[in-house]
Design a protein around this ligand. Structure first.
Ligand code: ATP
Length: 294
């Protein structure tokens, strides 16, 4: 079975508090985009999970979220057969786009289907959360409010038509390190998540874009000031909003004028070939809907 694993962006990201267990309570609106990794999942006669990928530096053992998800699912269901997963990464790694979490979500639905395990969506969401906080959203897809560590999901109506330009600078950022540097109790102004949710429910794109904000941005920007230059460049090209996704370093620009978005992507590709620039749109799918259709 072939399945896509889509990349997400955060239209808004707030950190509510640091919890006693060290995790942070978040409130964010997640949006699936049309950038994806491709996975081919097939049963194999020898036992064990075999992962191959196009990126030689990615781990292919239990450190890879795709293998971890498959292992967990197979263990839960007492499956002893083997599995082969071919992963073609298009989503940049350590980018703030939840590529690894999305691969895990695709594996959960893909393996459930290929091996006819019959697990419910609810069970897959639960298993997904134990692999990573972003995995439940990657299963659900579309547009959603995510609360808690990301596990409390409220589906929202799809985003109005727009173009999304993703621009990933030539370095990665460790999500863990950004959260460790953040002083949650010192956040002075919390973004208007409720206002964003209302604007999405109304289909009010200007209202959505005017509220986009990310409290992690200042933390990552302090470490990597060149991200601000990239933001300025995309804003100057006519994006209605420009924001860092997750803990970064990927920046996204949302354009209502597709021609401006295309011109911005071409300019970035010419002037900054070291930046991975990709033009896409919001998508409604998540791994659960893909698994049902595939
Ligand atoms: P998030 O937005 O959820 O923080 P991210 O986009 O910043 O995620 P990922 O690309 O998911 O980061 O991966 C971060 C780390 O996880 C990498 O250092 C990588 O080695 C490891 N990893 C494990 N499995 C995968 C996978 N399937 N794809 C990419 N990275 C993976």
């Amino acid at each position: 079975m072939d399945i896509r694993a889509y990349a997400k962006i955060n239209l808004i990201l707030d950190v509510v508090r640091k919890r006693a267990d060290g995790y942070h309570d978040l409130r964010m609106v997640m949006q699936m985009t049309g950038m994806y990794d491709l996975l081919r999942i097939e049963p194999k006669s020898e036992p064990g999970i075999e992962l191959t990928t196009n990126l030689p530096y990615l781990p292919t053992d239990g450190r890879n979220l795709a293998v971890r998800a498959a292992g967990l699912l197979m263990e839960t269901c007492g499956v002893t057969d083997g599995l082969s997963i071919r992963l073609h990464k298009f989503i940049p790694v350590a980018a703030g786009l939840a590529g690894g979490s999305s691969d895990a979500a695709a594996v959960l639905t893909g393996v459930n289907r290929v091996l006819r395990l019959g697990l419910s969506e609810e069970k897959l969401l639960k298993l997904g959360l134990s692999v990573g906080a972003d995995v439940p959203f990657c299963l659900l897809g579309g547009t959603a409010l995510a609360e808690g560590v990301g596990e409390r999901l409220t589906p929202l109506p799809p985003l109005p038509n727009c173009s999304i330009l993703l621009a990933k600078p030539p370095f990665g950022v460790s999500t863990k390190e950004i959260f460790q540097t953040l002083r949650a109790d010192e956040i002075e102004s919390h973004p208007d998540v409720d206002g964003m949710v209302t604007a999405i429910r109304r289909g009010d794109l200007p209202g959505i874009l005017s509220r986009s904000a990310n409290v992690l941005e200042s933390v990552t920007l302090a470490k990597r000031p060149e991200i601000q230059e990239l933001k300025d460049c995309i804003a100057a090209a006519g994006a209605e909003t420009v924001l860092m996704s997750g803990s970064g370093p990927t920046v996204f620009g949302i354009f209502t004028d597709q021609k401006k978005a295309l011109a911005c992507r071409d300019e970035l590709r010419t002037d900054h070939p070291e930046i991975h620039s990709f033009l896409t749109v919001p998508v409604r799918d998540g791994a659960l809907s893909l698994g049902a259709a595939g």
